[in-house]
Ligand binder design. Structure first.
Ligand SMILES: C[S@@+](CC[C@H](N)C(=O)[O-])C[C@H]1O[C@@H](n2cnc3c(N)ncnc32)[C@H](O)[C@@H]1O
Length: 1001
């Protein structure tokens, strides 16, 4: 865009479609970016694609044209009825999905993508726009920019991210469209060629046999194949090589290949000295039709346990709750919140005991059972003595093996026990190598060596240099994927009968009972399977890349200046303490460093340090996260450091953005105050905010990020560069301008179907324009003082909230002015209107609370209007170590990610509905008090209360009663009480006239 034209995103956005397709995308696997390698908090591609197109294209100017364009991008939303099983019953549920458009997964190569590429180029005078992501992480944003034909620059400070970005963007872009003959060794393998023929075309059985015969008699010429097939071929080569050395460690017994070995860590009982297996659960498999338990009883001399396997465990209990309770009882392990109970003497080894034992190196482990592939699915049995011996034998090989691997055994230190999300150091796991069993270390070491040999072999065969680098890189990712499924943090998923990977959440919790995969097998956690995910990503991505796209992957800090000038900066920065990227991803860093050493100068330079970068005080630069453990526990300093660093990063982006460019920035933090601080930083760095869209990007998973700090929707903020000549503003004028503009935008959003907390977020960006067009906003009546963003946003949110409440109360001005309702009642109405009395996401409720000048804590503890339900306590440290099985024991009041309104009959405080400490009782409290009085049947007290507060003449009170009646489900006691009270008030005197609201000037 050569001139500064308004963009589509500044007026309209396919919000619903982007949200639906983003959430849907979390379920897709084949070929998706998330299957290449773990990177925490990858943004959904649908959201990135939508934001990029809507920012790259100009606003067409009219409502009709916008609608048409939005539909072209996002398609239309339709409702579908689906049958679902809930509690053993089949129920019909309504689901919304998109039809058409190009956001849905699988539509990245539809013809409309080409048309958009054309449109985008046209908008930029026939050239490719330049897009920068300075916090690129796993690469979702630059990948989409590249797909849309842009010149993308992807920056991340972390070498693991940088390397993943190369695999995600650079290699596919360089090698898309190129083909090379399949290597001879692949042709010589009937097994590989069968996979090849099956994967490249539909053949009849006889055609397949003919082809295989032709290959065997060397009549089949080596076909030219793309990068994905070369990844498969070289992966096959690596697997054969590693297998030759590894087979002896994974014996097949009775013709049934091993899927996984199941272990329990052990500790010696401080009382009777028996060996206690530390088991969270004894369930091995828990499905509707397959229920297997590990049994356990003390051995004869009570020095330890004898295990058994019980299949076909019966279902007991008349209803789901009883069945759950029974299963919990029969499948209980030795671990509970209190610690580990000794099955021989009943003594408890407390968590503190376990930590001490762990730190002293006295935690051991015992092989409890083995999962094998049987004829009818997975089977569970006890280990043979040979299997027990082999697991120990591996110990002897590890040292000599790693002496032949660059940098030796991965003995680099783990972060301290104070680091964010790290539990394992508390139990003595202070070196990365300690997270693996000896056999896991040997397996990974052999895969590292086999990959390095493959590189040498490629060189010997004269494979071009850029192919060697790309192929080795993908093979290194495969080793990382088996490490993720091959550490002693992995557990056995008893519902899906599979290995749950190390990074199921973005933290490193302690695992008591763990599962060890068989990497050379063909089941869960195998090398074969991991390689296929990678090959599919490559195959899918090289198809969708335009020959015009360019990409530049840079490892540097976003704080430092970048070369070039950009049309667009789109980025998703790190948020305070949400995810400790570098600490967590060091898990992979140590393996990549060993696999890749010597591959290229650039790679060696990137991995020259023993671990990924943290904060470097001398250079005053580094990873931007708020982790007090990096500042000797000084929380305030850590926070300040993060905020100052983010400001510098925003300023660096501002400096490279063209004058007419745009910055789109994603915020996914649930705390609006954190949000305000970052927004203030952006404004200070020279940006003018003029739009915001809350895109639903996550499912309700419980990862560390989601349970502690993130919103399920992320807010995408749109900014321009503020002209250098912009002058300071005055608060009264800024507020006036905001008020004059906001109602039109609110009506637009409301009519477009944007409701609930999304409505507040959607209004925030446009409202900020009036404020952020000034470098600073001064207070007209308080010389020397400035109006902070938070103060301005409070005013905005109150208007937005009153707009919604006005609609709920059916006020005759359609919610255009302040309602006069107190804050608590306003919150109650908003919450009740959106979520009823059901569980509601706490992120959304916190936003509503802040909009009403309240906090969720106030609402829960002081006003007793909210109850925390579900989720896990953020600081319930012991729970994390005990894990979900026991965490389930906690019912009713949780402290986690959900909240709900306390029903009126549970609000029984004596002071309910009475003024306290000079503050008038919230109207909702008055209503609830009246309901209790009415239910008690004492009309005199009802009337006394009504008269004492002059409620009969209070029009707003009547309107509230009416709204509450409409919100209460028909036939409930609540509704009938409210109706009775309303009728009583009406019969005892004239209802005052409706409040007449002043319309804004
Ligand atoms: C929220 S993640 C980005 C995720 C990305 N949008 C995706 O879809 O995968 C934030 C990223 O910022 C990176 N980061 C942290 N500090 C940085 C710095 N100073 N410079 C550049 N990148 C940094 C982290 O390594 C992390 O990858």
């Amino acid at each position: 865009m050569t001139e500064d034209r308004a963009r589509l995103i500044e007026h309209a956005f396919p919000l619903k479609q982007a949200s639906l397709d983003s959430v849907h995308e979390k379920n897709v696997r084949h070929g998706h970016i998330s299957t290449l390698h773990i990177w925490p908090a990858r943004r959904p591609l649908a959201a990135c694609r939508a934001a990029l197109i809507a920012t790259l294209l100009p606003d067409p100017g009219t409502r009709e044209a916008r609608k048409k364009l939005i539909e072209k991008i996002g398609g239309t939303v339709v409702k579908k009825i689906e049958k679902k099983k809930v509690g053993g019953k089949t129920v019909e549920v309504e689901r919304e999905e998109t039809i058409g458009g190009l956001l849905h997964w699988g539509r990245e190569s539809v013809p409309a993508v080409d048309e958009f590429r054309e449109e985008i180029r046209k908008a930029y005078g026939g050239r490719a726009p330049k897009v920068l992501d300075p916090f690129a992480g796993g690469g979702a944003i630059p990948l989409e920019a590249m797909r849309l034909g842009c010149e993308a620059t992807a920056i991340d400070i972390n070498p693991v991210a940088w390397f993943i970005l190369k695999c995600t963007l650079e290699y596919p872009q360089k090698l898309a469209g190129q083909r090379r003959p399949l290597p001879q060794f692949a042709l010589e393998s009937p097994e590989f060629m069968e996979t090849f023929f099956k994967g490249t075309g539909k053949l009849t059985k006889s055609q397949l046999e003919r082809n295989l015969q032709a290959v065997q008699s060397r009549l089949f010429p080596a076909p030219d194949v793309d990068l994905a097939w070369h990844v498969r071929a070289w992966g096959w080569w690596v697997l054969q090589k590693a297998k030759a050395d590894l087979e002896k460690f994974y014996p097949t017994i009775d013709g049934k290949p091993t899927v996984a070995y199941l272990w329990a860590r052990t500790v010696t009982c401080k009382n009777c000295r028996a060996t206690i297996p530390l088991l969270k659960t004894r369930w091995l498999c828990k499905k509707d039709k397959k229920r297997v338990l590990l049994t356990m009883s003390p051995n004869l001399d009570k020095s330890g346990m004898v295990f058994g396997v019980e299949s076909d465990v019966p279902v007991v209990g008349g209803n789901p709750a009883q069945r759950r309770e029974h299963d919990r009882r029969v499948g209980g392990g030795t671990m509970s919140r209190a610690g580990a109970a000794c099955p021989c003497c009943g003594a408890i080894m407390t968590m503190e005991d376990l930590r001490l034992e762990g730190k002293a190196g006295r935690l051991a482990s015992v092989l409890t059972s083995v999962v094998v592939d049987g004829t009818g699915g997975k089977e569970y049995r006890l280990p043979t003595s040979e299997e027990v011996r082999l697991a120990v034998d591996a110990n002897r090989e590890a040292d000599s093996l790693f002496s032949r691997v660059p940098f030796g055994l991965p003995d680099e230190p783990l972060p301290s026990k104070e680091a964010l999300g790290f539990r394992v150091p508390l139990y003595g796991f202070d070196r990365w190598a300690k997270l693996f069993t000896p056999r896991q270390l040997v397996a990974l070491g052999l895969f590292v060596r086999a990959t390095r040999s493959a590189t040498d072999q490629m060189k010997a065969l004269g494979v071009p240099k850029d192919w060697i680098e790309a192929l080795t890189a993908y093979l290194a990712l495969a080793t990382d994927r088996i490490a993720d499924r091959g550490s002693s943090i992995c557990h056995w998923d008893v519902g899906y009968e599979k290995i749950a990977n190390t990074f199921s959440g973005f933290r490193l919790p302690m695992s008591w009972d763990f599962a060890e995969s068989n990497p050379i097998g063909e089941s869960t956690g195998s090398y074969d399977g991991q390689l296929e995910w990678i090959a599919r990503y490559v195959a899918q991505t090289i198809l969708g890349i335009s020959h015009l796209s360019r990409v530049d992957v840079v490892r540097q800090s976003a704080i430092q200046p970048v070369d070039g000038s950009f049309d667009l900066v789109v980025t998703d920065p790190p948020y305070y303490d949400a995810i400790p990227y570098s600490d967590l991803m060091d898990f992979f860093y140590v393996w990549l460093r060993r696999t890749l050493a010597g591959l290229s100068e650039e790679i060696d330079l990137s991995f020259r340090e023993s671990l990924g970068p943290k904060w470097d005080r001398e250079r005053d630069d580094g990873e931007l996260i708020d982790d007090a453990s990096r500042f000797e526990g000084d929380r305030a300093r850590s926070r300040e450091n993060y905020e100052a660093g983010m400001f510098r990063a925003f300023r660096a982006s501002n400096q490279v953005l063209k004058p007419e460019g745009r910055l789109v920035i994603v915020f996914a933090h649930k705390d609006p105050q954190a949000w305000e601080t970052l927004a203030a930083g952006m404004i200070r760095a020279g940006f003018l905010v003029d739009g915001s869209w809350p895109i639903q990007t996550e499912m309700g998973n419980r990862t560390r990020a989601l349970s502690s700090a993130a919103l399920s929707s992320s807010v995408w903020l749109i900014c321009k560069k503020r002209p250098e000549a912009a002058r300071p503003g005055w608060d009264n004028l800024v507020l006036e301008e905001m008020r004059a503009n906001i109602y039109a935008r609110l009506r637009e959003f409301w009519d477009a179907g944007i409701h609930g907390p999304d409505f507040v977020w959607a209004a925030t960006g446009p409202a900020l324009e009036a404020y952020s067009k000034h470098p600073v906003v001064r207070k007209a009546n308080e010389p020397g003082k400035v109006m902070e963003v938070s103060e301005f946003l409070r005013a905005v949110r109150r208007i937005v909230v009153d707009f919604v409440v006005g609609r709920v109360l059916s006020l005759n001005d359609g919610g255009q002015t302040e309602t006069g309702l107190d804050d608590v009642t306003t919150y109650y109405l908003l919450h009740r209107n959106d979520f009823g009395l059901e569980d509601a996401p706490s992120g959304a409720c916190i936003l509503y609370a802040v909009s009403c000048n309240l906090s969720d804590k106030d609402l829960a503890d002081r006003h007793e209007i909210l109850v925390r339900t579900g989720g896990r306590a953020e600081d319930a440290e012991e729970d994390e170590d005990v894990g979900p099985e026991d965490a389930e024991l906690e019912t009713e009041e949780g402290t986690g990610s959900k909240v709900k309104l306390r029903p009126w009959h549970q609000r029984k405080r004596k002071s309910l509905g009475h003024d306290s400490e000079g503050s008038p009782a919230p109207v909702i409290d008055q209503v609830h008090r009246l309901m209790h009085l009415w239910k008690g049947g004492d009309l005199v007290r009802v009337d006394e209360y009504v008269d004492s507060r002059a409620l009969r003449r209070d029009a707003l009170f009547h309107q509230l009663l009416q709204a509450l009646i409409e919100l209460a489900p028909a036939g409930t006691e609540e509704r009938s009480l409210l109706e009775s009270i309303s009728n009583h008030l009406a019969s005892r005197g004239p209802v005052a006239e409706k409040v007449q609201m002043d319309l804004p000037a």
